[in-house]
Design a protein around this ligand. Sequence first.
Ligand SMILES: *Cc1c(COP(=O)(O)O)cnc(C)c1O
Length: 631
Amino acid sequence: MNNQRRLFSLKMRASQQNRHISGAERIVPEECVAATAGELVSRAMSHSKGQPDFVNVKIESADQPMELPALTATTREAATPEAGWGIVKQLLAESGFRRVDEIIGLFSQTYPMRGAMLLDADTLERLEPDRERGVRATYMDAADSSKRTAPTAKNHFSEALVLATKVVNTPGIVGEICMSDDPDYVTGYVATKTLGYVRITCLKRRGDPAGGRIFLYRGSKERVSETVEFLQCRRVLVTGVPSSPPTKTETAAVDPLSELDGELDEIRRAGLWRSVRVSPPQLQSFADNDYLGLSEDPRLKAAAVAAIAEFGTGSGASRLVTGTKPPHLQLERHLAAFKGTEDAVVWATGYMANVGAISALAGKGDAIFSDELNHASIVDGCRLSRAEVFIYRHNDLDDLSAKIAQAGPRRRRLAVTDAVFSMDGDWVDLPRFLELCRANGVISMIDEAHATGVMGDTGRGLCEHFGCGHPDILMGTLSKALGCEGGYVCASRMVCDYLRNRSRSFIFSTAPCPATAAAADCALTILEEKPGLVLVVRNKAAAFAALLAERGMPVQSGSAIIPVMVGDEKRASAVSQALERRGFLVPAIRYPTVARGQARLRVAISARMEKKDLEALADAIAEAMRETAQD
Ligand SMILES: *Cc1c(COP(=O)(O)O)cnc(C)c1O
């Protein structure tokens, strides 16, 4: 190397209305400065993100740069972001990082930052002095950059390799994870001294403008400033940078479970992580579907205890073998009488009732018409049936009619809808639904999980609410207003016989615990004796809706379910957490329970709640919404 030759650093950045568009930097010998400056400017002027209204080229001396050999580059193929993040995780774990899930969980926090997060790899403390900007790595280039051709075509690969080489050789830094913010560039990388530079061909979906970077740090906190100084000021020339990425992909066997892990990371990064927990007893729950407060009723408890004393804790076998005990038959007779049908069949859960009934009623070649917001158990029943499924727009019976016409004649056709929709609290226009089915010879089915005990003057459901006839299949659950668990179908004797002979989730699953059946039977008796309970819950729900409207949050109501729309998943979680800090348990309902971007709070009202509880919650929701408005 000719020591006489002086080196200069050139840094270009371009913006439009103060918004960053592009940036690049070089370190070149004196005689190339003018030409390089020209290249950088023309690159700035022709960027795909738009024409800049401001371009700055800064030229400084860059003598005595540190020379570093380029990291060895390899490529790992990933077909999906889930697979890609699985590889990231595997690589980090193999490199000895311990809290890999948490590290990746923090990645989305770097999206808004221009620079990188500087993260203590062991304590996960964030060490970057400026959290908004992050730490930048700058003053670096490939040693022979001035000899390269096509300088205006941004070469993601070699620029990233240069950067990663500087970063990984920085004192205190032990690794880097990077995903570009270029919406068209989905390749990202992980770099460490031992792994080298590992390109991963897919870390995000095409068109996604998110991008970020984490520098992993290991060392004492006193030396962080040295690290930052090196990253931001030390001149570095990287030797041996190949001009194109390695095409040969490493074929080391991928742990088949790492893809699951990658998918979990996607869930974390999207703010959709869910976990099971016992709801803290100090919180007041607005999440239960225990609309009438029966799940804690001493009479139900006593009925269950008595049944356990008489029949034990398990049924011993499926209903058709030896599992049927007197409480099962008693409950089925009672349900049929309550709903006014000839017969009823009970399953262990509502989910099993839907899956088992729908898949028995329709098969290959048949047609099922299903509202787009139907409960997941209906959706799964449709899938399991292998019938052709026609999804119609939510509560749009014109669309249902069109779909029936489109399906044409079939051996069997079944239309199914939630009576009251579980996440929105609205309901189907049942008389019209029934008329449409009848006129077209379509079997009608409704799911009264949220209607039984809530709708109609005496809680008999949507038929009572409208004063109309019954659908062919009246499905419901014992797990919501009735305070127990289980699912049922009320229908004609013939339909019920058919289900007992054809529904696989009835036939091949152990009968529900007799105690549950006895408790549910008791709940029906209470409802028959005190139908006024139904009005209590509906009036409280209406009062709560009015309280929200007074606070500037109009909501629809009429059932016991009050959705408070938020939209963004992360904000919905933040509102829910803010409510939790105030002592209220109100879950954020997010994708996949509802569509993406439709996240909400779901408030379930119970007859048990007092007016002051409802006022306190309405105030808390208003505050939490204000608090999270910026995020
Ligand atoms: C809760 C629910 C079910 C499932 O009932 P489980 O008894 O909880 O299994 C079915 N359909 C709807 C509409 C529901 O809300």
